[in-house]
Ligand binder design. Structure first.
Ligand code: CMP
Length: 135
């Protein structure tokens, strides 16, 4: 078991619905440690950089609009196998396919409004932590 760091963005729709505490509680109950936490707004420039790999998708403009529509909560989480543990708690990308009991399965109905982004690899986690928190 390797101790890992991961990075999540609690998206504007979740903050708007006052689900921040509920979501962070799920990570804490699992045993993950909150290392860093911030409430902020993401600029269009940073959102486009963060989702650059989706730049050619038809949903890209809508995704950028949604991610910059209000405050978000950024968090760095740490624990054994944190990347896969967090992704298991978050559930499938499409809320319509996410299992009940997961964050997306319990609180989201349709894309792109899936409540939370979670890094998908150690490299992505470090790159995203650097992008959003700096050193
Ligand atoms: P996230 O995990 O933040 O990574 C990319 C995001 O793009 C994803 O969550 C969704 O918000 C959004 N997304 C992915 N696929 C689709 C799709 N088919 N239609 C609309 N939005 C999508």
């Amino acid at each position: 078991m390797a101790v890992e760091q991961t990075f999540v963005i609690i998206k504007p729709e979740a903050v708007e619905r006052r689900l921040t505490g509920e979501i962070l509680t799920r990570f804490e109950r699992k045993g993950l440690k909150i290392q860093r936490l911030a409430v902020t707004e993401i600029s269009k420039e940073v959102a486009k950089k963060h989702y650059a790999h989706h730049g050619d998708k038809p949903f890209f403009p809508h995704l950028i609009e949604a991610m910059t529509s209000g405050p978000v909560v950024l968090a760095v989480l740490e624990g054994d196998e944190a990347i896969s543990q967090v992704r298991n708690l978050v559930g499938a990308t499409d809320p319509a396919k996410a299992a009940p009991g997961t964050i997306r399965g319990d609180f989201a109905l349709r894309l792109p409004y899936n409540m939370i982004h979670a890094a998908d690899s150690p490299d992505a986690a470090q790159e995203e932590i650097q992008r959003f928190f700096g050193n």
